[in-house]
Design a protein around this ligand. Structure first.
Ligand SMILES: [Zn+2]
Length: 272
């Protein structure tokens, strides 16, 4: 059969761009579903890097729970920021107390996921929440890069999971940027990098979604542990209830976010 001449490309309209984004979103939700038995053995020593305390559970809680049952000594978690910006105006809970609260919540969440000795498997870098350095020209950038690099080298992972590179959230993009920089330049070695979306589902704008052919997407079947993941999400009490009582308008994970992360699968993206 003769090959057809290429059709002239239509200039994209904002409506067609939006439709394309929605299509990619639906495609992610329908990506191939894999059991942990198929993907777990390839991970080796791995670390979940989360921008904030709670992202590790929202994005990768099912994975952590499943691997905690198979190979708990190979699981580590790094939390980049101190998580103090969700209730910035609290006087009852000043920043240090909020930081301690969120770190304890993270250990409780990892324990809910079944990770033994969780307090010794998580490292908190305590970068300033909502104020991470973006540019190498920012003098704080090298300090942040150093903290991330040291944490990664201590564990020397074979697989690193971090948030999706175009998450609609500055701290998330900057965390992924630091991780990528470390992997490329800090001598971590040859490392497999997987990315997980968190806010993309809720706030993704045209251009934030993976482009067709850019990434390989698959979903992890977390049905055996989904109840543990839900319990772990609720362990982040400051993000789902009013334990910080003097800031009634403080951050709360919305019902739609909670519903989304109660799904029996998690999405992971890997560069083609
Ligand atoms: Zn976050």
């Amino acid at each position: 059969m003769d090959s057809q001449p290429p059709k002239p490309a239509n200039p994209p309209t904002s409506e067609s761009a939006f439709e394309a984004d929605r299509y990619v979103g639906e495609e992610l939700a329908g990506a191939p579903l894999r059991p942990i038995a198929a993907v777990g053995p390839e991970f080796g020593r791995f670390v979940v890097v989360a921008p904030h305390p709670d992202d590790e559970t929202l994005g990768c809680g099912g994975l952590i729970a499943l691997m905690a049952r198979r190979d708990p000594e190979n699981v580590r978690v790094i939390i980049a920021t101190d998580g103090t910006a969700s209730h910035p105006n609290s006087k009852l809970f000043p920043p240090e107390q909020r930081r301690d609260m969120r770190e304890k919540e993270t250990v409780a969440a990892l324990t809910s996921l079944g990770l033994p000795d969780a307090a010794n498997k998580v490292e908190f870098l305590r970068l300033q929440d909502a104020n991470m350095p973006d540019e190498e020209s920012d003098p704080r950038y090298l300090e942040a890069l150093g903290r991330m690099g040291r944490a990664l080298r201590r564990w020397s992972p074979q697989t690193v999971l971090t948030t999706w590179r175009r998450e609609p959230h500055g701290d998330h993009r900057r965390t992924t940027g630091l991780v990528a920089h470390c992997i490329a330049a800090e001598g971590v070695g040859r490392v497999r990098m997987l990315e997980y979306p968190v806010w993309l589902w809720e706030n993704g704008q045209p251009g934030d979604w993976p482009r067709h052919g850019e990434m390989r997407a698959w979903r992890l079947d977390i049905r055996p542990v989904v109840t543990f993941k839900r319990e772990a999400i609720l362990s982040h009490r400051s993000q789902v209830s009013n334990v910080i009582t003097d800031v009634p308008d403080g951050f709360r994970l919305s019902q739609s976010m909670l519903g989304r992360f109660a799904a029996p699968w998690e999405v992971f993206l890997e560069e083609n």
